[in-house]
Design a protein around this ligand. Structure first.
Ligand code: ADP
Ligand code: ZN
Length: 614
């Protein structure tokens, strides 16, 4: 941007068209503009980018942005150019001539921001280039990649300490959406120098958290998408590549626009699917966790988990990809006994050292407690990150509190059955057999082992098989029973079982009437349905019609400019335009998300669309 701005607020209003800073943005920006190092920790969608983009505009020289997200750099740079910012990127997707052109522009002082892949920056020509430049700041995006403990560890990130050694006077901003205290410390130590920490609340109030009992997970998923998000963009996370493929196919066979994404697909297919997800409306991406880091598509209306993530950090990061635009969105997870067994097994069978296994187990237990919770999920989620809050009113447990039932006696029956079967046969049994014994069901196996003669045979006929599985899952999650994944999932008692058998440890079970939440929503006029439809309801029919026309205009314009639709304007801005119906370029100025450059570029066309519908 050739003309520099007198203040940060000036830049915010003229370039981005936003009225005011969000909490902590202004402080972080002032700190960096003054030359200080900063660690910016905000949830996805919190507004981290401005914390380095604005200082880069206000300080002399070019801002160097280090990011591992090569596939997304092009969109990020395109979005900045739409705002009139002189941005470019250097990574392996450019050919030699393109790279030379970018380097030349940088040396001529014609760039405000230059995005670089870390390996590019650390290479010889990268270092030589930086030596020639006047550098405004270094921004290190996804800074948690520096942590060897995290699942996004990138070895090149460790080498970024060279920035501090070689350019001690240039401020550095490290940004991330996920960092616990040790990771924060690691980031500060490796990348910064006495970095000031700017940590915002991690609450994402527009996301509704829901966990459902997994019965037939895939059928439940289909039902969820069809009934609540039939035309919405979403992400479905699965643990394995196979499941990803199968679920994507299943959804596609029911006429949903679903695409698979995992590291085993050819990179061209992966890139094509990512492109469609970003450019088109209403794509459901079915993916492993290989998908998502840095995806800044604002209108993802739901994130669904068919398999439970292995930690709260993972869950928070993945669900955080929903609703970046601040409109209502849902985080939905189907959770069952198999999730507990599978995740524990992954830890047991991994060849990591004991310390790492202990850490992983602690993280998994915290995730299990969240999945099993009968109280506000947001309170627990935020509590995990050290934030204290009150019940949110926007999670399943707040909206439809489960009934709590004392299940100590049933738990004792179950534990006794595990014990008696083993005692009588000298070997352990899996859940289905134990449940048959409890319910007094004669099978080949009960006959063969003469288990119908046990005192526990048939003492649990009052509960259904589903209820027993529910109880068992809770006992396993809380370690009153162990599932031996190396031995056909047979059940063992644990040290802790004794307290339950003796009655000194009570067991409560939560019970939710199936479908109750849906009925409730239907009866009170629904606050839960799809975000887009929800906000559409608040537009009058004439405004909604104009909004639809503006979206059509946007799709055509985005295609013409070769950028994703949301880069032209996000939904929220188009809705504001539909409501305000500005009749002059001046009137467009007041609308959030319309900066000077976009007003000049798109203003006349927008006014025409509005005038035609007046
Ligand atoms: P993050 O990088 O933290 O995930 P972004 O920087 O992409 O988040 O910001 C998320 C969204 O919020 C973007 O659409 C951004 O333009 C918008 N945004 C950021 N700061 C503000 C603000 N002060 N006022 C209005 N919108 C903002
Ligand atoms: Zn809640």
């Amino acid at each position: 941007m050739p003309t520099k701005f007198p203040t940060a607020l000036d830049a915010l209003q003229h370039v981005w068209g936003y009225a005011a800073f969000r909490s902590l943005q202004a402080q972080a920006i002032d700190h960096v503009v003054a030359g200080g190092d900063a660690l910016v920790l905000m949830p996805t969608g919190g507004g981290k980018s401005l914390c380095f983009q604005i200082p880069a505009l206000l300080r002399d020289g070019v801002g160097i942005v280090v990011s591992p997200l090569i596939a997304l750099m092009q969109d990020q740079v395109a979005a900045l150019r739409e705002l009139g910012i002189r941005a470019a990127f250097l990574n392996s997707t450019l050919d030699a001539a393109e790279a030379r052109a970018v380097q030349r522009a940088a040396r001529m002082g014609e760039l405000d921001l230059l995005y670089m892949a870390p390996e590019r920056l650390l290479g010889e020509s990268g270092m030589a280039l930086l030596d020639d430049l006047r550098i405004a700041l270094f921004a290190i995006d996804e800074a948690h990649c520096v942590s060897q403990w995290g699942h996004d560890f990138r070895p090149e990130y460790g080498q970024l300490s060279v920035l501090r050694e070689r350019w001690p006077a240039v401020p550095r901003v490290a940004l991330t959406a996920t960092a616990d205290a040790p990771t924060r410390h690691e980031i500060n130590q490796r990348l910064l120098q006495d970095g000031a920490e700017f940590v915002s609340s991690f609450d994402r109030p527009n996301i509704r958290y829901r966990v459902v009992e997994k019965r037939d997970g895939r059928a439940q998923l289909l039902q969820f998408i069809r009934s609540e998000h039939p035309r919405d963009c979403g992400v479905v996370y699965c643990l394995s590549r196979n499941t990803v493929e199968e679920v994507a196919q299943m959804l596609a066979s029911h006429d949903l626009r679903a695409l698979p994404y995992h590291a085993g697909l050819p990179s061209a297919t992966r890139a094509a699917h990512l492109r469609r997800f970003l450019d088109e409306d209403g794509i459901v991406m079915v993916a492993t966790i290989a998908f998502g880091m840095g995806i800044d598509k604002p209108d993802v209306r739901f994130v669904a988990h068919l398999d439970m993530p292995k930690s709260i950090e993972g869950y928070f990061q993945e669900t955080g990809r929903a609703g970046r635009d601040g409109l209502p969105a849902q985080a939905w997870m189907a959770y069952g006994l198999q999730d507990v067994v599978q995740q524990r097994r992954l830890i047991d069978l991994s060849d990591a050292d004991e310390a790492y296994k202990r850490l992983s187990t602690a993280k998994l237990d915290a995730m299990l407690a969240l999945a099993e919770a009968a109280d506000c999920r947001r309170v627990r989620l935020l509590g995990y990150f050290g934030e204290i809050s009150t019940p949110c009113g926007n999670c399943d447990n707040c909206l439809n509190p489960p009934q709590l039932i004392d299940a100590t006696e049933s738990a004792q029956k179950l534990l006794s059955a595990v014990y008696r079967c083993r005692q009588s046969s000298g070997t352990s049994f899996a859940a289905s057999h134990i449940i048959d014994v409890l319910r007094g069901k004669r099978t080949d196996k009960t006959e063969r082992h003469s288990h119908h003669a046990l005192s526990t045979f048939g003492i649990g006929a009052d509960l259904s098989e589903t209820d027993w599985r529910l109880l068992l899952r809770q006992l396993v999650a809380q370690r009153y029973v162990e599932v031996d994944a190396t031995q056909f999932n047979v059940l063992h008692l644990t040290e802790a079982s004794r307290a339950v058998l003796k009655g000194t440890q009570r067991i409560t079970l939560k019970h939710r009437e199936p479908g109750a939440e849906r009925k409730r929503r239907a009866s009170n006029g629904s606050t839960a349905s799809s975000g887009t439809r929800l906000t559409m309801q608040s537009l009058s029919s004439a405004d909604a019609e104009l909004f639809a026309h503006l979206r059509t205009w946007r799709a055509a314009t985005a295609k013409e400019h070769g950028v994703p639709a949301y880069v032209v304007f996000p939904d929220a801005t188009l809705q504001a335009i539909a409501l305000a119906r500005p009749d002059s370029l001046d009137a467009l100025r007041g609308i959030s998300g319309v900066g000077d450059k976009k007003r000049d570029t798109y203003g006349p066309a927008l006014l025409e669309v509005i005038a035609q519908r007046a």
